[in-house]
Design a binder for this molecule. Structure first.
Ligand SMILES: Cc1cc2nc3c(=O)[nH]c(=O)nc-3n(C[C@H](O)[C@H](O)[C@H](O)COP(=O)(O)O)c2cc1C
Length: 131
């Protein structure tokens, strides 16, 4: 399982940084991905143009894979399109359950890390993209 996770994320260590809006900035996240872990950058409080800027800033700090954390309880569609347009490795989605968001992200070529709170949400997330 850990090996599969490492392959999907493309990192050396099965450690992900916890996204924390306003508390986990680029320097903290960069320390994780530059140590072999996987950085998850909360940019859901920013408009789409600033999401693009955050992606560029992160790429200045690392050539490793990372995810952008988006909040499904807020307006996220333009932010998701910015992630797709800029070819980020993954999105990390939380506070909601929207199979269309997962399907759009997967169709755009992104890995999807979905935060779920119960088995039903996990099934719904897994069913969002036909195998
Ligand atoms: C101050 C604070 C801010 C957080 N902000 C986010 C966020 O923006 N996005 C998110 O997906 N999770 C957020 N979380 C949840 C954390 O990423 C993490 O999943 C949670 O704290 C559970 O980890 P723990 O069991 O190690 O405490 C936040 C948590 C804290 C404490």
């Amino acid at each position: 399982m850990a090996n599969h996770l490492l392959q999907v994320l493309g990192v050396e260590k099965p450690i992900l940084s916890a996204p924390m809006a306003a508390a986990a900035g680029p320097e903290l996240v960069a320390a994780v991905y530059n140590s072999g872990g996987y950085g998850v950058i909360p940019l859901w409080t920013k408009p789409a143009a600033e999401v693009a800027a955050g992606i560029a800033e992160s790429r200045d700090l690392t050539d490793q894979n990372f995810a952008i954390n988006l909040n499904l309880s807020f307006s996220y569609k333009d932010q998701l399109e910015a992630c797709i347009d800029h070819g980020v490795h993954a999105v990390s989605l939380f506070w909601g359950n929207d199979p269309k968001a997962i399907a759009r992200a997967k169709a755009g070529g992104l890995v999807v890390l979905m935060r779920v709170g119960c088995a039903e949400e996990a099934r719904s997330a897994a069913d969002a993209v036909p195998m």
